[in-house]
Write a protein that binds this ligand. Structure first.
Ligand SMILES: [Zn+2]
Ligand SMILES: [Zn+2]
Ligand SMILES: [Zn+2]
Length: 324
């Protein structure tokens, strides 16, 4: 009987439009709702938009917490092991993920690297491979690191900051849901199509903002994580190197360029006290504005129900000011 259901679920999944791939699992879980566990806010939000009321989606990163220093607690690891679907950004973001992935029984947990199909950009930072492969019991050859196995620390993990990549990520989540729960594939498809339209709208608005802008360069006073957004829409930026704070020399350079060119805005990132941005703003008269990189949101924003789309819409409004 179980075999028959399995065969039927394969047949069901094969005829679905947009849900490619074959069904790997026969049943969901003992509870009614699928259990989805996610690492960062973007895939948490994409998953809840697409899974709707068919799933309970958990964000491992506590709201307000800095995402790069996050490591899963033992309780988090139990949650991941009990999940039907575990979604992580990729090994360049969650460098701990491959240890967990290797430790869980992939028959029970569908593990999704949501960066599949996204072209990664470099960070410009050269870093030695510093982890101990003996101790980690890695099974790959050393050459795989130089051939980019995803955790050689030279890739920018902030793929979601461009709506174009968000579309790929959302589609990866849809395909995973269709494989895990083919019975509800139509429901997921419908939600995903509606969500893709919202992402398309962001994409179009960004193109329009840049097309109508007087300027092409923005100034960012914080730890810059928006390379994918900037590259995809052709916006130039002056900022510190990858996720570093600007040096005193760079701050001085920004102040003089902002004054000389009447740059209207100086940007800062979320979840910090923007001291440097505040100082540049006071020094130059440029408006201090947020560009939210959406790794994570504050507790207040989380409770107020902000979404990736609402945060990006605010970014678009703020970009309009800075590019004017
Ligand atoms: Zn490595
Ligand atoms: Zn390795
Ligand atoms: Zn980051």
């Amino acid at each position: 009987m179980k075999k028959l259901i399995y065969m039927m679920s394969i047949m069901m999944s094969l005829i679905l439009v947009g849900c490619s791939g074959e069904s790997k699992t026969t049943s969901t879980s003992d509870t009614d709702q699928l259990q989805i566990v996610t690492t960062l806010f973007p895939q948490y939000d994409f998953a809840r938009q697409i899974a709707g009321d068919k799933a309970e989606v958990t964000l491992l990163l506590p709201p307000g917490m800095e995402s790069h220093s996050y490591e899963p607690t033992p309780a988090d690891i139990i949650k991941i092991n009990k999940a039907d679907l575990f979604i992580y950004t990729g090994e360049s973001m969650e460098t701990w993920a491959h240890k967990i992935v290797e430790s869980i029984d992939s028959q029970d947990v569908y593990v999704l690297d949501v960066s599949q199909g996204v072209t990664l950009l470099g960070t410009g930072i050269e870093e030695e491979d510093d982890h101990d492969h003996e101790a980690e019991n890695h099974d790959h050859e050393e050459e795989e690191h130089t051939a980019n196995d995803g955790h050689n620390h030279t890739y920018d993990p902030h793929i979601w900051t461009s709506p174009k990549n968000a579309k790929v990520m959302a589609n990866n989540i849809l395909e995973a849901l269709c494989e895990i729960d083919p019975e509800n594939a139509d429901y997921y498809e419908t939600n995903a199509e509606a969500y893709q339209l919202q992402l398309d709208k962001l994409d179009q608005e960004l193109q329009d903002v840049v097309a109508n802008a007087k300027r092409t360069t923005i100034y960012h006073s914080g730890r810059f994580a928006l390379q994918y957004l900037m590259k995809d829409y052709g916006i130039d930026y002056v900022s510190a190197p990858f996720e570093a704070e600007p040096s005193a020399a760079l701050v001085a350079q920004m102040i003089s360029e902002i004054k000389a060119n009447n740059i209207p805005a100086i940007y800062y990132e979320e979840l910090i006290d923007p001291k440097i941005g505040q100082m540049i703003s006071e020094e130059t008269g440029a408006q201090l504005l947020l560009l939210h990189s959406t790794h994570n949101v504050s507790k207040e924003d989380f409770n107020n129900g902000v979404t990736y789309v609402s945060l990006m819409q605010q970014n678009i409004e703020n970009l309009k000011v800075g590019l004017d």
